[in-house]
Design a protein around this ligand. Structure first.
Ligand SMILES: [Zn+2]
Length: 163
């Protein structure tokens, strides 16, 4: 999914329709902006936005690298996620101020750059952060750090955890 495409408008139309029903909130699951290669989007919208933000063409590395171009790509990915999430949250709140919005979060231990998220910053995009764990045997203990981490980055205690 491209955060910088018309998907937000499409999504908002679906959300607007759902808001006509008595619902308590939206759980937005798996915001995926490239969980696998090539780990991002190089569509015309993204390239144009990237070019305006960084005053350079969007690099097209064959694989992740340790250079300034890749660092900008990761920053662009994270900021695109933030913009999308905050826009969606604002849209819902402008229509129904008491309806909650949360985003299933992937930026918790064991951390990985692949999801392209900024753990603390992105935890604040919704009304609370969702922390999902998998049951044993995939995970040996119920809280392998995910819940503890989410609680620490959301100082106001806005955490929903499930296993
Ligand atoms: Zn794109």
């Amino acid at each position: 999914m491209c955060y910088n495409s018309g998907y937000l408008d499409y999504n908002n139309k679906a959300v607007a329709e759902l808001l006509e029903y008595e619902i308590a909130g939206f759980h937005v699951d798996m915001l995926d902006y490239g969980f696998g290669p090539p780990y991002g989007c190089w569509c015309g919208n993204c390239e144009s936005l990237f070019s305006k933000q960084y005053n350079m063409e969007m690099p097209r590395p064959e694989k992740p690298s340790w250079d300034e171009g890749w660092e900008k790509i990761l920053e662009f990915r994270a900021n695109s996620n933030t913009r999308f999430s905050q826009s969606l949250h604002s849209f819902v709140r402008s229509r129904r101020p008491k309806v909650s919005v949360d985003f299933n979060y992937h930026g918790y231990p064991p951390f990985s750059w692949i999801e392209g998220e900024l753990p603390v910053k992105h935890a604040m995009n919704g009304d609370f952060v969702t922390c999902e764990g998998l049951p044993p045997p995939r995970r040996r203990v119920r809280d392998d750090g995910n819940v503890s981490f989410c609680l620490s980055c959301c100082g106001n205690g806005r955490v929903q955890a499930d296993t």
